[in-house]
Design a protein around this ligand. Structure first.
Ligand SMILES: N[C@@H](CCC(=O)N[C@@H](CS)C(=O)NCC(=O)O)C(=O)O
Length: 340
């Protein structure tokens, strides 16, 4: 837990705008919209080469008029989203739930009345499900990954990110996108995805299997889960799993590039989180993924911060919006950032 707290405290989006604890009514808040980008977010800034799509200042972003954050509804599917959620659940089957559980995951059932109040746990009948995991060394700065949602090689890397419970800044590189695709070519010599940069070691690399091995060795116990070690079969199942989404998260939708990365509490195995990620990628919105798979100590951090745990949870330092609920997050992102 301490490790997770340390790794998160460096981000200005986390430290600068604390939410009141135990918000029970709306569980979300809207902050002032006139922030400038002069805070200490240098390590996660989205600045890229000045070009037509260079980032606008924070003050040019505002939530849609009369925007209201919704109440969280755990495991509830908005009726118009049932097909989407079903399609986004397909990888759970093809990928044997890889990306749901953090490494070393274990559970124990504790009678409800013996469970410490305020501690995160699922409730089943009269019991609390206590979930634990075993994490490796924590990176001081978030890993940076350039990728896009519908790519099976990228999915494999996102799965190990969830397994290792890593925080990652994702720089989306959908087809025809103007900013981070060219940046990858500049940095590594070609447009191939995923591409990883570890600012803690100065190491950068292409090749999903090499990235997976590197991350597991550096930030895990060195072992790669079997489901990520099967070569072509791993890649094929990652690809088949995404058929239900028909290429969503592949192509760029013209959008405004904000100066600060958004922050998304999410994990690869959650279909609700996947739907939000697709839109972040299509709009080419850089985002700090705060990994919170089953067994992640960060579930407790989000619970302490908002009084509730549910993924996805979005924090947008460009507008001050903080919210649960995938369907409404998607609408918010499109209304705030899309140009068409
Ligand atoms: N209606 C919500 C449902 C989100 C949801 O239920 N997410 C699950 C993960 S797939 C969750 O947070 N479960 C709570 C838990 O695991 O404790 C949405 O669309 O965002």
């Amino acid at each position: 837990m301490a490790g997770a707290l340390i790794s998160l405290s460096q981000f200005s989006v986390f430290g600068t705008f604390p939410l009141p604890k135990r918000v029970t009514r709306s569980m979300v808040s809207i902050r002032a919209t006139s922030e400038t980008s002069s805070s200490t977010s240098a390590s996660v800034s989205t600045n890229v080469d000045p070009n037509p799509a260079s980032p606008a200042s924070s003050s040019s972003f505002a939530p849609p008029p009369n925007f209201k954050v919704p109440e969280p509804k755990r495991f509830a599917v908005r009726p118009d989203k049932s097909t989407d959620v079903l399609g986004a659940s397909l990888p759970l089957i093809f990928r044997f739930a890889t990306g749901v559980f953090v490494s070393g995951y274990s559970v124990s059932l504790v009678p409800k009345d013996q469970f410490p109040p305020g501690q995160y746990a699922l409730e089943v009948g009269g019991y609390k499900v206590k979930e634990t995991s075993k994490l490796g060394p924590r990176p001081e700065k978030p890993i940076e990954i350039y990728e896009f949602e519908s790519c099976p090689f990228c999915r494999k890397v996102r799965e190990i990110v969830a397994v290792l419970d890593l925080d990652v800044i994702f720089y989306p590189c959908p087809r025809n996108s103007p900013n981070f695709r060219p940046k990858v070519a500049q940095m590594g010599g070609k447009q191939q995805f995923p591409y990883m940069v570890d600012p803690n070691t100065g190491i950068s690399m292409y090749e999903s299997d090499d990235i997976i091995k590197y991350l597991a060795e550096k930030y895990g116990d060195g072992s790669v889960p079997l489901s990520l070690s099967l070569g072509l079969l791993t890649t094929l199942t990652a690809g088949f799993g995404m058929l239900g989404r028909m290429g969503k998260g592949t192509t760029y939708t013209p959008a405004k590039l904000p100066p600060k990365p958004l922050k998304l509490w999410a994990y690869e195995g959650s279909p609700f989180c996947k739907l939000v990620r697709e839109v972040l990628v299509e709009l080419e919105l850089p985002h700090l993924l705060c990994s919170c798979g089953r067994g992640s100590p960060k579930r407790q951090i989000l619970l302490d911060k908002t009084g509730y745990f549910q993924a996805p949870y979005l924090e947008d330092p460009n507008t001050g919006i903080e919210m649960f609920e995938s369907a409404e997050i998607i609408e918010y992102l499109r209304a705030t950032y899309a140009l068409q």
